[in-house]
Design a protein around this ligand. Sequence first.
Ligand code: NZQ
Ligand code: ZN
Length: 390
Amino acid sequence: MNDFIFHNPDKVYFGRNQMGNLPGELLNYGRKVLLVYGGGSIKRSGLYDQVVSLVRDNGMELFELSGVEPNPRHTTANKGAAICRKEGIDVILAVGGGSTIDCAKGIAAAAKTENGDVWPLVSSGVWATDALPLIAVLTNAATGSEMDAWCVISNMETNEKIGLGGDALIPKAAFENPEFSFSLPPYQTACGAFDIFNHVLDNYYLAGEATFDLVLEMQEAVMRTVVKWTPVALKEPDNYEARANLMWASSMALNSILDAGTVHACACHGMEHELSAYYDITHGHGLAILTPRWLTYILNEDTAPAICRLGERVFGLEKSDNVTEGAKKAIEAVNTFAFETLGLEPSLSRLGIDETHFRAMAEHVCGESGIIGVRSLNVDDVVNIYKMCL
Ligand code: NZQ
Ligand code: ZN
């Protein structure tokens, strides 16, 4: 167990009747608000009208940036930053899923730079310490962006999708009403759920020895919640309890509570971001295809106990005397969850992806040091894993 500092200043308003608190939160920072949203789901659901009324009826001036793409582009973030600089925006209001919130974080950081360009920040790997204040209204249980310090921005010209982190990027407040996710299509529900599951598994659960019992139990509880409630949400999209469990699981997975005292890794996330950068696929789907293959690839004497425990604690498999056999059953359970329960296509070839760019992707994600983790991976390992996904 490592020493840790826990500090997450994000104030979460969770539940059905919290939006009345939005104007007060915004007014903490000023009267000029930039509303950032995606391709129109919030207009169809009526959330757009609600938010616009809350802002305007409380004497604030509203500016808008719409059309944020899934896998948000640096060019879109730069457009938002230009509005902020021209209009003297005081606070950014992101209403949507992880892409919208991530783009808003990119805008918030870029607006504070000399030239308003987010890409130098993203590509240099700096820790962002200055940004405009951001408030998030979440509509998709998935990325944890509503409570974390990260955004992931894509540059399609260079086939790069990279995380930008910084304390300044943590939202000042997040509004989480599970009802806002009732309208999610099954595919996005499934992809979001797998993303949550993988955040815990990939980032800390299988990252290494450094952990302690309370945190391990909480990690398992979050993964178990995803396994239990996603099928309910798929069957009954307006089941409040199911959506509420998934939404809070999304936030819990990346708000730093579950990584207290652990070591970090992110093998699947690193490999997936390459896939999204080259092929613009949905993040959670890429993870679902990669995860069981990665587990199979890293299975050895050292990793078998933890993978076996995953099967027993998260998927409720019977206790196994032979940890390697138990681990294989656990991987089978992950397969079944991803491709049967969630109904996701099981291979990259089904998404129209072949091995053309595998080596370039592997070289990019490995950089000079490879992917560090419970079993570290070099370029050849990553190419092998991609090939297993075909
Ligand atoms: O754009 P709109 O019209 O809003 O539609 C979106 C989009 O088409 C739709 N949607 C969202 N909420 C909806 C809805 N449709 C109907 N009803 C609703 N309530 O769903 C589609 C996907 O939305 P998106 O925001 O792209 O999904 P998600 O929340 O999964 O975000 C994915 C992005 O976040 C990044 C991913 O890489 C990807 O770029 N990540 C961010 C992280 C972070 N900030 O820490 C960590 C993650 O690991 C991840 O990398
Ligand atoms: Zn993710």
